[in-house]
Design a binder for this molecule. Sequence first.
Ligand code: UFG
Length: 328
Amino acid sequence: MKILVTGGAGYIGSHMTRMLIARGYEAVVLDSMEYGHKESLPAEAPLVVGNVADETVVKKLFSDHHIDGVMHFAGYLQVEESVRFPIKYMKNNVIGPVTLLQCMREAGVKPIIFSSTAAVYGNPLTVPISEDHRKQPVSPYGLSKWAFEELLRVYDRSYGIKSIALRYFNAAGASLDGLHGESHTPETHLISLACQAALGLRAHFSIFGTDYETPDGSALRDYIHIEDLCDAHIKVLEALISGHPSDVYNVGTGTGTSVREVVAEITRAAGHAFPVTEAGRRAGDPPILVADPAKIMKEFGWKPAHSDIGSIVTSAMKWHTSHPKGYA
Ligand code: UFG
């Protein structure tokens, strides 16, 4: 089976590509390389440099390769940037990938796994959050992912494209062999920033918000190791290829970890304290985002194996220690 991985040179996409190869699939990567890293890709996966919105490139890709399914990761992901530049996010995350769907249609490729997000829920009314919770995104980023989920539903009803959207909570951690990990420019994610501060690569780490209604006042998130996240993709891909209907699933652990707890875990992993300051809340951050992952667990027997915060932080620290400049 040959899988097209869009955004396959990014943090999650490249981990997915390496896992596909390791599990006996063939993979072709389509990545604009605006944010991707060539070094993160296995030699077995050819890289096509281009955008999912570029009809010529995508058409050629489908005619050059016999593609059995698509995993769509390509997209912008900075919530705060999306608030400043909503049109950029709508164009890149919603309008552009319609070309991908059209080319799938023309090539007769039906299955697509879509990288969605907990941001489609907005500020949750109840936690843990199940898939049928109200969808009310509070950022253009969340809206762009929700809009593409809706597009997928229309493409199923109208053209028989079969999709599973996975709503990720907080993807984190590095490959277990320590060779690949998170390398964003700019970096905005908690675990990478705090690991870098602990290693002296940043002057300090700031906790955004200490007055939330949570046990220790800092925000709660549901951290999921990329290894477990990618394993969920393989399980749903196999089901979709075998005829499972289109659907959506949360991917998280069901456990909330506070920012302060993450800092404590990183202190433990580093073996020493590091400068931590307390700052105001970051605009648009919900106080608590914790998944109810019962649906994916029940249907697919998926179970996180590396997503306790200790394992996530240990893998991230190993990567940041050996790659102080990321892939740069
Ligand atoms: N945080 C800090 N200090 C920092 C960075 C982050 O305290 O320097 C806090 C944030 O305020 C938040 C928590 O750490 O409470 C996690 O923040 P991240 O930026 O690591 O992750 P987010 O929860 O903001 O974002 C993630 C994904 C997004 C997705 C979003 C859903 O990265 O793609 O969850 O809300 F949209």
